[in-house]
Design a protein around this ligand. Sequence first.
Ligand SMILES: Cc1ncc(COP(=O)(O)O)c(C=O)c1O
Length: 412
Amino acid sequence: MRLNPYLGRPLYVDRGEGPYLYGLDGKRYIDFNMSNGAALLGHDHPAVKEAVLHGVALGIICAAETPFHERLAARLVEIIPAAERVRFSSVGSEVTLVALRIARHATGCTKYLKFDGHFHGLTEPWLYRRDDPLHETSAIVPSSGGVPASGAGDLVIVPWNDVAAFERAIAGHGDELAAVFCEPIHYNAGCIPAEPGFLELLRGRCTERGIVFVMDEVLSGFRTHLGGVQAQSGVTPDLTTHAKALANGLPLASVSGREDLMLNLAPTGPVVHSGTYSGHLLSVLAALATLEELSQPGVFDRINATAETFYRDLQAVFDRAGVPARVQGMGARFGIYFGITERVRTWSDALGHDHDLNRRFTAGCFDRGVYFHAYTRQGPPGHSGFSLAHSDADFAETLSVVETVARGLLAA
Ligand SMILES: Cc1ncc(COP(=O)(O)O)c(C=O)c1O
């Protein structure tokens, strides 16, 4: 995913500083990827750097418990509504797998439900897709080599924001499901929020049927609210996963949630989870520093106000230039859908995304020093985002570049 398929190569980076990446030739780019969303405070943040250097001075320790781990877990319990107990790990892909393992043990069921196109990492349970993405009843098949077709039998896939389809899936499989997983804001298809009442519906049905409800906040965590979508919406899942912005660029992830579920993990229960680098001290110290910064008064008011203005201005630029594009964003991350002008409310709405227009847009911005990452040349667009280090001047420069590129898109 370091390859930018629109550029046909990765952006080779010399260093990052605040909102900028510098190429090997010294060229400065205003970065709207921000380490796939990890660097919410900006690159090379001084408090995070100091924390990491503290960890270096302490001996670069991993596979050992310290008071810092306890302090970080306690802070997450304060911040994240679902978190009664916290387990650290290194990457998002691992904690979503562990959450499923806990749910399967707790319920005695093996099946699990996910939503079309929601991304929960690259471990086996998530490497399946619908054979025909536009048909809800089409077969579920492996989306990668090396993944057994037999695993598809455990998976129920439902379109996001589709109440009737979800109700049908619960009526048909409710007694067999260990877990319902979702990205509570579907950023991995640009930015598709849950429709009003949808998260409440998932919560309600999971409670009624004894299914473990998991919000994967690897990307949405700390993005719109310190406590994530669960704090903002008031809908508390049973388990939740975090990574990315948690340690501002250092590898750290967590699975947390209801105490009775979490105690199933070894050593208090039989569900295994361990890892040499899990909860690496450098990452834990970086996370403590990151959360301290994110907990300052007004931080999320600022993020949300910036988001509102920037996304509105970006949309206005496309509209003025006559480019068919729709900007959807919440908090510090957003998606730009090219060739689509109606509101995108489910993954299949986003399948009409015009990759050729997006490619020309990305290349034009790149030439002019504004970096938008791309993850794929198929299906919906990926997500972009800004950091707390992006200044008014950076947004103004970006809008001016986008205006120039957008005008050229239709002329070309
Ligand atoms: C919602 C979500 N879950 C899980 C993951 C996997 O995280 P990682 O890349 O740290 O394995 C990602 C990564 O983009 C993600 O966006």
